[in-house]
Design a protein around this ligand. Structure first.
Ligand code: ADP
Ligand code: MG
Length: 454
């Protein structure tokens, strides 16, 4: 029956539609009046459901001679995981569940809460040079908690995988021993629990947090200036540490750079290992997209991967979001996955004001005291190539020029050179205060200049 249905659908639907979505589906089951169509991924399922269920039903009815109920599902996995997958695919950011702090005497207390996202496991983490150290340290901690690196302090910019790694430690421990007490808590939640405990009594709070086998505290930078909580956390930390329990802390910056952090806490945070995660290079970003696509059962052409990866450089959450938007878009419109087709949904991550390449060139040349000719030359003199890299980065930020076109603006440089420059500056912007300041000044000048012109 299914092959007959396919034949007919091939005639009724456009070729890309058929090739992309129908051909990859299969009919798995025919019972009584039910036909189950399995699609390789949630996008295909959604799209078929939304746009073509009627067409398919009509064709099926024609061929079978009577109407059938049609169910479209996703290959592999039960309905639950399928739903979850779909949710993950359609929401730009899956909220991370956090530990409920449940007072002992509440009825929920015996109920086991799973506070970890099951997707945040080591096998789903792509290791690049940017995260090698943090990954290795996390793995070491997962294998022998409370030993070498205690605490493990993970730091790095937003969306670079800190939460993923820290929860991977928890998931790994739970795999080994489902009864171990793994507490994952955001600092905000931790502070709220503390505030509640102040009025209701500290005992439950302490019993809860001080009996962890592994305590994972996320986004500790929010501890800034919270004196009372810092005091309490200091004791929690010591209790756990002395008992040989593992503490893992994540932060968007190193302990020394958290303002108003008590000196003694700062030194506690630094006594294990501080491992940082940098922004990933192009190759790593491509590998991350590749892996993500594999999990979604989607084949992505290499140029599409490269295109998305070169447009989102500094935040993996945004990178994943872009992929998800692209997938949703082509699935809704029944397009094939090509660079051209997905361009409209890959909005530049930073608001682009229409600055001209000339204006940017002039502003950068002035700022670094180099000439336009030098910017366009092949000179590798340090100041010149620095100005050139900054120029490329700013042009990427503030114009709609493609990477090859930016290369042309700089005297015909290859687009890989442009990608390299953008990556480098993006990274420095986050790690080097001086560079960040310089860039801020240049951005201001570009914006002022552009506003005057418009
Ligand atoms: P952070 O806590 O540093 O802000 P997250 O851990 O929440 O970042 O990561 C953001 C998203 O990017 C998550 O969906 C995570 O799974 C994904 N991610 C981050 N780093 C990697 C990586 N190296 N490999 C695969 N996915 C990653
Ligand atoms: Mg996080």
């Amino acid at each position: 029956l299914w092959s007959q249905v396919l034949e007919r659908l091939q005639l009724e639907l456009s070729r890309p539609t058929f090739e992309t979505w129908i051909k990859t589906a299969s009919a798995e089951r025919l019972e009584d009046n039910c036909l189950v169509i399995r699609t390789p991924n949630p996008f295909a399922r959604n799209w078929l459901q939304k746009h073509y269920i009627r067409t398919i039903a009509n064709v099926v009815q024609d061929i079978a001679g009577h109407p059938l109920e049609i169910y479209i599902t996703v290959k592999g996995g039960d309905e639950d995981s399928e739903l979850e997958e779909q949710q993950a695919a359609w929401e730009l950011e899956v909220p991370t569940p956090v530990t409920e702090f449940i007072p002992k005497n509440s009825p929920k207390a015996t109920q086991k809460t799973n506070d970890l996202n099951p997707k945040y496991v080591f096998s789903r983490f792509v290791v690049g040079v940017n995260s090698r150290m943090a990954h290795a340290a996390s793995l070491a901690v997962a294998e022998s908690p409370g030993r070498e690196f205690n605490p493990l302090f993970l730091c790095g910019g937003v969306g670079l995988g800190k939460t993923h790694l820290m929860q991977a430690i928890g998931n790994y421990r739970l795999d080994i021993n489902p009864n171990s007490k793994i507490f994952y808590v955001s600092t905000e939640k931790f502070i709220n629990d503390f505030i509640t405990a102040i009025s209701k009594g500290m005992q439950n709070f302490r019993e809860h947090y001080r009996t962890a086998d592994v305590l994972l505290v996320d986004d500790i930078q929010f501890i800034e200036g919270k004196e009372g909580f810092q005091e309490e956390f200091f004791h929690t930390f010591n209790t756990l540490h002395e008992a040989g329990k593992q503490v893992v802390i994540a932060s968007d910056r190193p302990p020394k750079q958290i303002p108003q952090l008590q000196e003694r806490l700062c030194s506690r945070f630094s006594m294990g290992l501080i491992a940082d995660i940098q922004t990933p290079d192009l190759e790593t970003r491509m590998a991350i997209l590749q892996k993500k696509a594999e999990y979604e059962n989607i084949r992505l052409p290499r140029d599409v991967i490269e295109y998305i990866a070169s447009n989102y450089t500094s935040n993996i959450r945004e990178l994943e979001g872009a992929l998800i938007r692209a997938l949703a878009y082509i699935s809704i419109w029944g397009l094939s996955m090509t660079v051209e087709n997905i361009t409209p949904v890959l909005e530049p991550p930073i608001e682009k004001i229409a600055a001209t390449p000339e204006a940017i060139m002039t502003i950068v040349a002035d700022a670094f005291k180099v000439s336009h000719e030098e910017m366009k030359s092949a000179s590798r003199r340090k100041e010149i190539s620095w100005a050139r890299q900054i120029g490329m980065y700013l042009m990427r930020q503030y114009t709609d020029l493609s990477l090859p076109r930016i290369g042309e603006e700089f005297g015909g440089k290859d687009h890989t050179t442009v990608i390299y420059s953008c990556d480098k500056i993006t990274q420095l912007r986050e790690t080097d205060k001086e560079v960040a300041k310089t860039l801020q000044q240049l951005c201001d000048r570009i914006q002022i200049n552009t506003r005057k012109r418009n």
